[in-house]
Design a protein. Structure first.
Length: 225
C-alpha cells in the first residue's frame, strides 16, 4: 500500500448546528466553486475498528501527526450488513490518503466474528496485519450524505447530517438496535488535492461556518463512553 501523489488529498472541515441548515444551502447555491449535485443523497454506514487500547482514538485526541483509521463501510437505508468496502484512512500532518478493498458476498447473520472472517477472506494478504492490529469493533455510525462537485471537477464537497451511533464494544452480534444519545450537527467537508490549497481557500472564504478539527469517529466514541 504505497501512497502516490494522485492519492493525496486535503480535507477542510466545517461544523455547525442544524439551525444553520438554510445558511449552508444558500452557500452551496451561491458558492464561487459553482457546485452541482454529483449524485443523489445516500446513507453512509461504518463500523470502526480499533485496538484494545484505543490507539486510533487516542492518537487523534493527542493530535499525533501520523495516524490511521480502519473501517468497514456500506451504503443504504438498511442497517443490515451488505457488500461494501474495507477502508484504511491514513493522515500525515495536513495530508490524507485513503485505500479501499471490496468485500463481497456477505452472508454473516450480523455476527462480528463472521464479518471479520468475511473481510479477512476478501482482502489481500498485505492487509491482514491491519486486521490483526485494529481487531476490535468499537462503534457503528451512520449519517445522510449529500455530494457536490465543483465546476472545475477538482473539488468535492460533502454535507453530512442525521447522525446515529451504535455501541459495538460489548456485543458478539452487531448492535443495530440500541442507539446512543448523540448531538445533532452538520459537517461540511471540502476535499481537494494539496496543490489547490490556495485556490480553494479563496473560493470558500465566505462559507458561513467555522473551520473545525472534527472526527466522526471521535464524536461517536465520545457518545458511548
Amino acid at each position: 500500500m504505497n501512497k502516490d501523489d494522485s492519492s493525496l488529498r486535503r480535507e477542510v472541515k466545517f461544523v455547525a448546528n442544524e439551525l444553520f441548515s438554510n445558511d449552508i444551502s444558500a452557500w452551496i447555491m451561491s458558492s464561487k466553486l459553482f457546485l452541482r449535485k454529483q449524485f443523489q443523497d445516500r446513507t453512509v454506514n461504518n463500523i470502526y475498528y480499533d485496538t484494545y487500547n484505543y490507539d486510533a482514538y487516542t492518537d487523534n485526541l493527542d493530535g499525533i501527526s501520523k495516524r490511521t483509521k480502519l473501517r468497514y463501510r456500506w451504503y443504504g437505508e438498511s442497517l443490515m450488513l451488505c457488500d461494501g468496502m474495507l477502508e484504511l484512512k491514513k493522515r500525515e500532518n495536513a495530508f490524507g490518503f485513503k485505500y479501499t478493498q471490496k468485500v463481497e458476498g456477505l452472508d454473516i447473520n450480523n455476527s462480528h466474528r463472521l464479518l471479520s472472517m468475511a473481510i479477512r477472506n476478501s482482502v489481500p494478504k498485505s492487509w491482514v496485519y491491519l486486521l490483526d492490529y485494529y481487531s476490535v469493533p468499537v462503534i457503528l455510525n451512520r449519517y445522510r450524505r449529500s455530494y457536490y462537485l465543483s465546476k472545475c471537477k477538482q473539488v468535492r464537497v460533502t454535507i453530512d447530517r442525521d447522525h446515529s451511533v451504535f455501541d459495538q464494544r460489548l456485543s458478539k452480534r452487531i448492535n443495530i438496535t440500541k442507539k446512543a444519545n448523540t448531538v445533532q450537527y452538520i459537517i461540511i467537508e471540502v476535499k481537494f488535492h494539496p496543490d489547490l490549497t490556495e485556490y480553494v481557500s479563496e473560493m470558500i472564504a465566505d462559507i458561513p461556518m467555522r473551520i473545525s478539527r472534527n472526527s466522526k469517529y471521535i464524536n461517536s466514541v465520545n457518545s458511548v463512553l
